[in-house]
Design a protein around this ligand. Structure first.
Ligand SMILES: Cc1cc2nc3c(=O)[nH]c(=O)nc-3n(C[C@H](O)[C@H](O)[C@H](O)COP(=O)(O)OP(=O)(O)OC[C@H]3O[C@@H](n4cnc5c(N)ncnc54)[C@H](O)[C@@H]3O)c2cc1C
Length: 394
């Protein structure tokens, strides 16, 4: 069975590894649009920006030892499901017996900020190297648009470098989707105490400059001078190459509970998805898509098992996990909380910014958020997996 993997990053690499580990010794080909072997993205907004590590340290090891054919710098532009072929930009076609879709996500753009020198996105190693070079050049004033995970990590890294940083966010709270409304003020306070000028509930209205950005005008009438602007307004699944292929696309690709990709509503046994791209039926919760490192790794193992074992493979039913390093704190979230869930601090205090908060729904523990409490958060992850009651005993 020739397995073709489209997407040569974390989920693609880990699926190839899992296929080998689970006994697939036949041909594997990985098609990757980026011209390099897989590397890790989390350090891009953290250690790489602050200069603690160089580009080499972001490499994900093991890619060379799998007996996999890597087609790097090659972009899939289409999929012919009937003839089981992936079409590459340039016209070459690659036949497959089984296909793994792992094209992940790309940084969302803001049309208003397109085409200006000094404006950066952060998704790839090249993006990170370009941003780092800009941050190293004199003492630029940095303006981050968007107070999500990547935007706030960039703000934190730029403050570590001693730079003046403003963050502009349309919502009334930072990181609210990740940590929940109640804990978002803790994030805001932390950034302000570390010298970030955090502007909440305000839009970006206009750019000033001539070719190179000099300032942004905000919806409240204020003007923020900036030499470097970083757009951190989230990511979107990369599905354009699948348009017209028959694969069901809806905020990622639609998958069943074993990560089998649907076409016309029917899951196909020889087509699976993994990582940021997969939107799958999470048992008990319904269609879910996660842009988390751990999900890329765990879904890769599950997708490989489905390809090799079909219905004998277990449903993919993880307890979600994402972390973010900002200033001197590791923020971790396990499980999935929703507005309206009960929540309480079960250890530590918000004031110290060292705490664990638990979230419950219908008497069950469903999620936890920790600041500077890694071991306890992992204990909560286990409790969620066991179906523990809410409030939990830690
Ligand atoms: C700056 C940054 C920091 C992060 N920090 C954290 C963190 O601290 N914690 C955490 O949990 N998560 C973090 N993440 C998220 C995590 O890195 C992602 O969830 C993970 O990279 C997803 O892996 P993936 O392989 O599914 O997708 P991606 O990493 O997006 O890789 C997809 C690959 O597919 C390639 N591709 C796309 N289209 C095509 C095509 N048509 N043909 C061929 N190849 C194609 C792309 O070029 C890319 O190399 C961070 C992400 C970024 C960008």
């Amino acid at each position: 069975m020739h397995v073709v993997v489209v997407g040569g990053s974390l989920a693609g690499l880990r699926t190839a590894e899992a296929l080998r580990k689970q006994g697939h010794d036949d041909r594997i080909t990985v098609v990757g649009a980026e011209p390099r072997l897989p590397y890790d993205r989390p350090p891009l907004s953290k250690q790489l920006l602050t200069g603690k590590v160089g580009a080499d340290a972001t490499a994900l090891g093991g890619a060379d030892d799998l007996g996999v054919e890597w087609l790097l710098g090659r972009t899939a532009s289409g999929l012919d499901l009937d003839r089981r072929r992936v079409v590459l930009a340039g016209g070459e076609q690659i036949g497959f017996d089984a296909l793994v879709l792992a094209t992940g996500s790309r940084a969302r753009r803001l049309p208003l900020l397109e085409g200006w020198t000094g404006v950066h996105l952060l998704r790839t190693l090249d993006d990170a190297l370009a941003l780092r070079q800009a941050l190293d050049h004199g003492s630029p004033r940095v303006l981050v648009v968007g107070a999500g995970v990547v935007g706030l990590e960039v703000a934190s890294s730029a403050r570590t470098l001693g730079l003046e940083v403003t963050v502009v966010e349309l919502a009334g709270a930072p990181l609210a989707r990740v940590v929940g409304e109640r804990l978002a003020p803790v994030v805001a306070e932390m950034h302000r105490e570390h010298g970030v000028d955090l502007r909440l509930g305000v839009s970006v209205e206009a750019v000033e400059g001539s070719g190179r950005v000099e300032a942004l005008r905000l919806g409240d009438g204020s003007r923020v001078a900036a030499d470097v602007v970083v757009v951190g307004v989230g990511a979107e699944a990369v599905t354009d190459w699948l348009e017209g292929s028959g694969v069901d696309i809806a905020d990622g690709v639609s998958c069943d509970s074993r990560l089998r990709v649907r076409a016309g509503g029917r899951p196909l046994p020889h087509l699976v998805a993994a990582g940021d791209l997969a939107r799958w039926d999470l048992p008990g919760l319904g269609p879910t898509r996660l842009e988390h490192w751990t999900n890329a790794v765990e879904s890769a193992a599950a997708a490989a098992a489905t390809l090799l074992r079909g219905d004998e493979a277990p449903a993919y039913d993880p307890v979600a996990y994402v972390w973010s390093d900002q200033h001197d704190r590791k923020i971790q979230v396990v499980g999935l909380h929703r507005p309206g869930d009960e929540s309480e601090v079960v250890e530590g205090s918000l004031g110290d910014r060292r705490f664990v908060a638990a979230f419950g729904r219908g008497g069950r523990l469903v999620a936890g958020v920790g600041f500077g409490r890694p071991a306890k958060v992992m204990a909560l992850r286990r409790l969620i997996a066991e179906g523990a009651p809410y409030p939990p005993e830690l």
